[in-house]
Design a protein around this ligand. Structure first.
Ligand SMILES: [Zn+2]
Ligand SMILES: [Zn+2]
Length: 257
């Protein structure tokens, strides 16, 4: 099996960092690791190319990462910071044809409402992209090319979200609670990516304490924190607070699984 690479396309929370018009010291930071686009990840090997979520920074992320083919676009949930870039799949559609989109039924229905011109088949505007919809169900793995992918069910406040497990790699974002059965599916994974907004509590996201508790339950070899708010502080300062084998992800970081 060929090596799986994970490229962090974006590691910021919904507004990104810097926040527009903000004078917060983190937003003014000169450290490239303090610039965070909206959260997304590209998982690729010689055999497949998978992007999770498609937020408002998608176009810029595809250009920077050199991702030029997408076998599957997986969605975690429907929030705008994870979906608003969907129109920019157009160059991929022109090259590849309809782009396979994997998501919970609720998320597919939401996207269909918001991007009706992409999902309709009749009287389509020439130049509009098309997708193929594939419903992801709880406890039902699926294959992209020959790669097995397992959805991980979690809660984002009141909203259901999916994370995804691919070999030893687990990507879970916008999570506040995870049931024990789902935790058991990812125990002792090689690499865990988990959302960690800031130190202060939040109604629908892990804060640092909750993320660290979750990590000690899962016991991954390595963990990367993502979906970071400017209120969490400077990249370098956050990193100093973390235990061994827990890292703050940053945009354009690429790791091997
Ligand atoms: Zn989000
Ligand atoms: Zn969200």
């Amino acid at each position: 099996m060929s090596t799986i690479k994970v490229y962090f396309l974006g590691t910021g929370t919904s507004q990104g960092i810097p926040v527009i018009g903000s004078n917060h010291s983190v937003c003014l930071s000169k450290d490239a690791k303090d610039k965070r686009l909206r959260v997304s990840v590209w998982i690729h090997s010689e055999d497949f190319s998978i992007v999770i979520d498609c937020g408002p920074d998608f176009r810029q992320q595809m250009l920077t990462s050199n991702c030029n083919y997408i076998d599957a676009l997986l969605f975690t949930h429907e929030h705008a910071d994870h979906t608003a870039g969907l129109d920019d799949i157009r160059p991929f559609y022109f090259k590849q044809g309809p782009i396979p989109v994997y998501a919970h039924k609720r998320v597919l229905e939401n996207l269909e409402k918001r991007f009706d011109y992409i999902f309709i088949n009749e009287n389509k505007y020439p130049g509009a992209p098309s997708v193929t919809q594939i419903e992801v169900k709880e406890n039902e793995g699926f294959k992209v090319n020959n790669q097995w992918i397992e959805p991980i069910n979690a809660s984002h406040g009141n909203l259901q979200v999916f994370g995804y497990q691919i070999e030893g790699f687990v990507y879970l974002t916008d999570v506040k609670t995870v049931a024990i059965d789902e935790i058991n599916k990812i125990k002792n994974c090689k690499v865990l990516v988990i959302n960690c907004l800031r130190e202060e509590p939040h109604h629908s996201h892990f804060n640092l304490e909750e993320a660290l508790d979750f990590i000690s339950l899962v016991q991954p070899n390595r963990t990367y924190l993502t979906h970071i708010s400017h209120l969490f502080g400077f990249h370098e300062e956050i990193q100093k607070k973390l235990p061994k084998n827990v890292f703050v992800a940053y945009d354009n970081l690429e790791i091997l699984i």
